[in-house]
Design a protein around this ligand. Sequence first.
Ligand code: UDP
Length: 171
Amino acid sequence: MSPKYDRILLKLSGEALMGEQNYGIDTKVAAALAAEIKTVHQLGVEVAIVVGGGNIFRGVSESAGNMDRAAADYIGMLATIMNAVVLQDALEKADVFTRVMSAIDIPELAEPFIHRRAIRHLEKKRVVIFAAGTGNPFFTTDSAAALRALEIKADVIFKATKVDGSSMQTP
Ligand code: UDP
C-alpha cells in the first residue's frame, strides 16, 4: 500500500517536547517522537519538520517581561534552534538521517535555509528540520510552517501541539 502523502510538513510545537515538565525538554519524549517520525519516514514519506520554541521562550509571554518585542522574538527563535538540535540528535540516534536548516545563520550548528537545497535533502530521504521560524520577529512558527510547506510543496501540514489554539492571544 502506498502512503497517502509523498511529502509532509510536521509542525511540532515546543510544548510537544516538554512531556510532563512545565518547561524545557524531556529527551525521552524527543526519543518517542523520533520513533514515530521514523515509522512514517520508513513508509517512504518525505518528512520536513518546523519546530517551535514555546517550551523555552516566547516573545509574547510573562518571561519576556518588558523586553523589546523584536529582541524577545529573536530569543524565541533561538529557542527553536535548541529544540531542532535536540530533535536531530534523537532522530540520528534512531538511524534517521537529518539536516537542520536555520532561518538565522548559525553555521556551526545548522545549514542556512536554502529553498532548493531543502528540497534536495528531502529527495535524498533526509528528514529536514526547519529552525528559527521565519527568521523574522512578530511571526510565529505556525507562520513558518505554512511558509515552508508552500516552499517545499508539501502535500499537507500536520500540527502537533498541546497549546489550545482557541485561547491563543494576539499580540
Ligand atoms: N518567533 C519569531 N518569528 C518566527 C517564529 C518564532 O519571532 O518566525 C519567536 C516568537 O517569539 C515565538 C517564539 O519564537 O513566540 C517561539 O515560537 P512559537 O511560539 O511559534 O513556538 P511554539 O508555540 O510552536 O512552541
